[in-house]
Design a protein around this ligand. Structure first.
Ligand SMILES: [Fe+2]
Length: 391
């Protein structure tokens, strides 16, 4: 006989309210980059602008995507000048390239910076306004955007399934531009596109994926579907990251990391937490790599949140198959950080204590702070900074 009174204790008494969205079409698998032409046709693209960066041209990765495109569409316009952390100048230049070649859609091939730049170009084209004029008002844009096909070449940000894009403001910080239609029309996750990624970037981006899964899992926002996705994303990332780093040609691990990354980004519809609230200003001010900064902050952020997340992390450990509950997960993260060459502290990352006030002030108002399981006060943010700096 089922004990209904015990079961009912496990269910919130009041039904919650939420908005959910998990709709992107995603092709996953080896050599599926060749299907980029079909993805274009489905999205109504006949004259694509290929958006990428110089590194992917030099490594030959871009050629894998350009070949089928030129075979089908003839000569294809390429904008390969996306820089790390793209700013308005970069986006405006992409818009010019799009207009000059009279394109009707975008094929984005690259990591988070390229995908974000492509999404912002598509928004700017749709709104017929410079991206600088859309900061703070993007959500009011009603015009259709230029469709984007996303082919990630890293496994980390998950920007390929996200409704937000990061725009850098030179000399200041970064701003996040959000619009429900910023999501690419479709995604191709082909692990062959990530095999050339150097180990430090594989590790840094991989930890970004893991940080999304963990922070989404710990976010108190109601979203059981995203919880399930976050938990499995964490399991996939913790299993595959060391293999992808040390056996870079292991295509199974490469693909598993790509899937973990897009699942992590899908899950963080629930929001993130103190890891991201601090890593955003640290990255903007100290120019540190976003994923690596999260990797450094990870154990200290989890530890600071322990009073609110202990039982939930125990449940995650059970799902992943790690013994020892939350302590077991922290132990696995600690071993992976050490094995994969993540600096122990922010000091080793080059972040001194001189600018802490600015970091604390920025972290408290960062949108990611809103969904941390413990309210992010100045005192809380400073405590994490002290711990992450070896104090
Ligand atoms: Fe991130």
């Amino acid at each position: 006989m089922v004990d209904l009174s015990r079961l009912s204790e496990l269910i919130p008494a009041e039904p919650g309210t939420a908005d959910w969205s998990i709709p992107t079409r995603i092709r996953v698998g080896l050599a599926r980059a060749a299907e980029v032409t079909e993805a274009c046709r489905e999205a109504g693209i006949a004259r694509p602008l290929v958006v990428s960066d110089a590194g992917l041209v030099a490594s030959g990765t871009l050629a894998v995507v350009l070949e089928p495109l030129t075979e089908t569409f003839g000569e294809v316009a390429v904008f390969d000048s996306v820089s790390a952390d793209p700013d308005r100048r970069c986006v405006d230049a992409g818009v010019d390239a799009y207009r000059q070649a009279v394109c009707d859609g975008i094929v984005a091939v690259g990591g988070g910076s390229v995908l974000d730049a492509a999404k912002l170009i598509s928004l700017s084209i749709g709104a017929d306004r410079s991206i600088a004029d859309l900061v703070g008002s993007a959500e009011s844009v009603t015009e259709p955007f230029a469709p984007v096909i996303a082919l990630p070449t890293t496994a980390g940000t998950g920007s390929e399934v996200g409704r937000a894009a990061v725009l850098s403001i030179p000399g200041e910080s970064k701003t996040i531009i959000f619009h429900p239609r910023l999501m690419p029309a479709s995604v191709i996750c082909d692990p062959l596109l990530t095999v050339g990624l150097p180990r430090p970037l594989t590790v840094a981006t991989g930890f970004d994926a893991l940080s999304h899964a963990l922070e989404a899992w710990c976010s108190p926002i109601l979203h059981p579907a995203a919880d399930a996705i976050a938990a499995e994303s964490a399991r996939l990332a913790l299993t595959a990251l060391p293999v992808a780093a040390y056996e870079p040609d292991h295509l199974g691990a490469r693909q598993q990391m790509m899937v973990a990354a897009l699942m992590g980004a899908t899950a963080f519809q629930k929001g993130l937490g103190i890891m991201h609230a601090l890593s955003h200003p640290i990255g903007a001010i100290h120019r540190t790599h976003h994923g690596l900064t999260n990797a450094v902050l990870m154990p200290f952020a989890l530890e600071a949140n322990r009073p609110a997340i202990g039982p939930k992390m125990d449940r995650l450990a059970t799902w992943i198959g790690i013994e020892g509950g939350m302590d077991g997960i922290l132990e696995v993260i600690s071993v992976q950080r050490e094995t994969l060459g993540v600096p122990d502290t922010l000091v080793e990352l080059g972040v001194g204590s001189d600018g802490w006030d600015r970091l604390v002030d920025a972290a408290v108002v960062d949108p990611s702070a809103e969904t941390n399981p413990i309210p992010v006060t100045s005192e809380f943010a400073r405590r994490v900074l002290i711990a992450a700096s070896g104090g």
